[in-house]
Design a protein around this ligand. Structure first.
Ligand SMILES: *Cc1c(COP(=O)(O)O)cnc(C)c1O
Length: 427
């Protein structure tokens, strides 16, 4: 079911018409659908029901970096989700949105001692530790505070996730996790550290995965390690299988595996593990729950195809420029005609290109277009490059909508810079 559909020839998000929203808030603007977020959570939970996960059910920790808007996180909190965070900032956002600390997992290769102390003080549920020096620092911090950190090591299983190189994280030459082959020895040393309680094993091999096989290979290694660790006397109660399941971006490509297929694979591989399973989905929950709404500033003649110049740019949606990502671009009120165009933003870089020679709905100056599947890794990566205001965000719920991040006036951006005393007089 789709919550972004044409009604009377005009695209709506649930019961809200996009031209009405654009007139009220201006463009570019991200628009998210609550019903779609909740539906994705329900479908994932349904898929995971196939797997044994202990009396409390699976611990689903939304990967905050995919979409850290506080209203989005509050939607996750209401639905009972936890959070996977990779910085103190993300942890504080998750807490501010009402996600209980004991449902928060702290991941990332570069946690500082200050971040660890803050996370311990708040009582986060698990630290996914990515190296032995990190374990040593965490031990020192926890000991100083008189606390105990619950820890899983993130294992680097050395499997090729088959995704874009910039979002592949499970090969031995990636910076993430500890090598699988030396994990048993690393666990033995960690268990001997004061202030640390080893409780689980974690893995996350990459993002936008469209094949279950590399995930299955990684999970099998986790299962093998749990057996070895238990044989060595460790008490292992959690297995964190990470995130990474892909979402459909291009309707002409085969659909990625469904949460049902994923759940069936997880159930098969994890049978008999006797742990609480943990998951860190990001894109799967929010990717298709958001769009970026933009206005055509002008259409300019090109050598082969016309240039459609939008008011959205790479600073609003970085994925095409960073990952060569493909987003469906649709007219909000399609006239029924199609053409082939290059779609670009106004930023002064040739990399500010959303689509090249793209067959799409015909558009003219002043028309609205929607970038589909922009709810994950969209607004969160926005910047103010070219001194453009940070992109605002709107959350829709049925017929209701609210601005959940306002477009800041450009004066705020300018006022954030301060002059040193020796330049003040001239200014
Ligand atoms: C980014 C990330 C995720 C989420 O990845 P998705 O592809 O959005 O599901 C989960 N876990 C960790 C450790 C991550 O870095």
């Amino acid at each position: 079911m789709n919550h972004f559909e044409l009604r009377g020839g005009v695209m709506h998000v649930e019961d809200v018409s996009l031209p009405v929203l654009a007139a009220a808030v201006g463009t570019p603007v991200y628009v998210y659908s609550t019903a779609t977020i909740l539906r994705h959570i329900a479908v994932l939970r349904e898929g995971l029901r196939q797997a044994e996960s202990g009396p409390d059910g699976p611990w689903i920790a939304f990967a905050v970096k995919a979409n850290p808007n506080r209203a989005v996180l509050a939607t996750m909190a209401r639905a009972g989700l936890g959070a996977d965070v990779v910085s103190a900032g993300e942890m504080l956002r998750a807490l501010a949105a009402g996600i209980p600390a004991d449902r928060i997992v702290f991941s990332g290769v570069g946690k500082t001692a200050d971040e660890m102390a803050l996370a311990l003080t708040h009582g986060v549920g698990q630290f996914n530790v990515e190296s032995e020096p990190e374990a040593a620092t965490l031990s020192a911090v926890a000991t100083r505070l008189g606390m105990t950190a619950r820890v899983a090591y993130r294992i680097n299983p050395d499997v090729d996730a088959g995704t874009h190189a910039k979002i592949s994280t499970g090969k031995s030459d990636n910076k993430f996790g500890i090598p699988y082959d030396t994990a048993v020895a690393a666990y033995a040393r960690a268990a001997a550290l004061p202030g640390i309680r080893v409780q689980g094993v974690a893995v996350h091999i990459g993002s936008q995965l469209t094949d279950l096989k590399p995930l299955e290979a990684a999970f099998e290694r986790v299962g093998g390690l749990i057996g070895e660790l238990r044989a060595a006397g460790h008490v292992i109660v959690t297995a964190d299988l990470g995130g990474g399941l892909g979402v459909p971006y291009d309707p002409s490509h085969p659909a990625p595996p469904s949460p049902g297929d994923y759940g069936a694979m997880v159930a098969r591989v994890t049978r008999g593990w006797n742990v609480r399973l943990m998951f860190e989905p990001g894109r799967l929950i929010v990717g298709n729950a958001g769009i970026l709404l933009s206005t055509v500033v002008r259409v300019k003649e090109g050598s082969t195809s016309p240039w459609v110049i939008l008011d959205a740019a790479m600073n609003d949606l970085l994925r095409p420029s960073l990952y060569d990502a493909w987003h469906d671009i649709r007219a909000v009120a399609p006239a029924g005609e199609r053409f082939v165009a290059n779609v670009v933003g106004p930023v002064c870089e040739s990399g500010d290109t959303f689509a090249t020679a793209r067959p799409m709905d015909s558009v003219v100056e002043g028309d609205l277009v929607a970038f589909m599947t922009a709810g994950a890794y969209g607004a969160t990566m926005a910047s103010t490059y070219n001194s453009r205001a940070l992109t605002p965000e709107v959350l829709v719920d049925g017929a209701e909508w609210a601005v959940v991040r306002a477009r800041p006036p450009i004066e705020t951006l300018i006022a954030a810079d301060t002059l040193p005393p020796w330049l003040e007089e001239q200014a």
